[in-house]
Design a protein around this ligand. Sequence first.
Ligand SMILES: *[C@@H]1O[C@H](CO)[C@@H](O)[C@H](O)[C@H]1NC(C)=O
Ligand SMILES: *[C@@H]1O[C@H](CO)[C@@H](O)[C@H](O)[C@H]1NC(C)=O
Ligand SMILES: *[C@@H]1O[C@H](CO)[C@@H](O)[C@H](O)[C@H]1NC(C)=O
Ligand SMILES: *[C@@H]1O[C@H](CO)[C@@H](O)[C@H](O)[C@H]1NC(C)=O
Ligand SMILES: [Cu+2]
Length: 232
Amino acid sequence: MRLTSLFVTLAAAAVASAQNQTVTVAVGAEMNSPGGIFQFNPSQITATNNSIVTFQFTGAPGNHSITQSSFTSPCEPLANGFDSGWVAQLENTAPTPVAEWNLTITDDSKPIWFFCKQLFPAPHCSAGMVGVINVKPGPNSFSAFQNNAKSASAPPQTQGGLVGVGASASAFPVVPTGATLFGPSATAPGASAPSGSAPSGSPPPSGAVALGFNSGFLTVVVGVLAGAVMVL
Ligand SMILES: *[C@@H]1O[C@H](CO)[C@@H](O)[C@H](O)[C@H]1NC(C)=O
Ligand SMILES: *[C@@H]1O[C@H](CO)[C@@H](O)[C@H](O)[C@H]1NC(C)=O
Ligand SMILES: *[C@@H]1O[C@H](CO)[C@@H](O)[C@H](O)[C@H]1NC(C)=O
Ligand SMILES: *[C@@H]1O[C@H](CO)[C@@H](O)[C@H](O)[C@H]1NC(C)=O
Ligand SMILES: [Cu+2]
């Protein structure tokens, strides 16, 4: 009897400790970071059902999104996928408290692939700014996904909703003074842009969007990209 109840207690404790964790992911990096500006760190996350993945926009300056995609189309928003919208911060230091977005895992049985949809000063997704939650063993690895992203075409600049496939958020990113959220205001909160239709009021995909970064930053970024191309 006593032994049985001890086992039951231990089993319950083991289950509880494996649930509802919080994992923090840095969105964007500092210019001199290993791996460059365009990255999620860590880029591979394990998170069980009900766990919260907290994306912190610590990269500054930066203008990034967390947008769900699929293994086969790394830089293409997934139909009914989640999308944080862009969080822009132009100072060299991220504001405090840092801009933050919480994503809750609703299905840990399948990988949840995501990317950054920002196109300026160069498409972040093909620069390698991609990530995965709950990758499974096999050929659909993070490195295969990231390699596919490098040759993908630029993502459309549509805005998705809060509820994704396998993960969802209850609100768009909370941004402090010094950071600005772009995208979600163009659609109703929680609304998911239907795939294939252009949301009204969204900016044209190229040319017309102000960059906002100073030219020194651009020069460094272009230099970093040129360096990356030479290495590749
Ligand atoms: C985990 O989160 C779910 C949903 O919020 C909640 O119902 C459950 O009680 C939590 N479990 C633990 C062990 O905190
Ligand atoms: C994200 O979730 C964590 C853990 O529950 C919480 O402390 C934090 O306040 C949440 N952040 C936002 C922006 O909701
Ligand atoms: C997590 O939730 C999904 C969807 O309900 C379910 O299919 C999966 O089995 C759950 N994972 C675990 C470990 O229970
Ligand atoms: C951030 O990026 C979005 C999408 O490209 C753009 O609309 C917005 O103007 C940018 N914000 C700044 C401050 O550069
Ligand atoms: Cu980005």
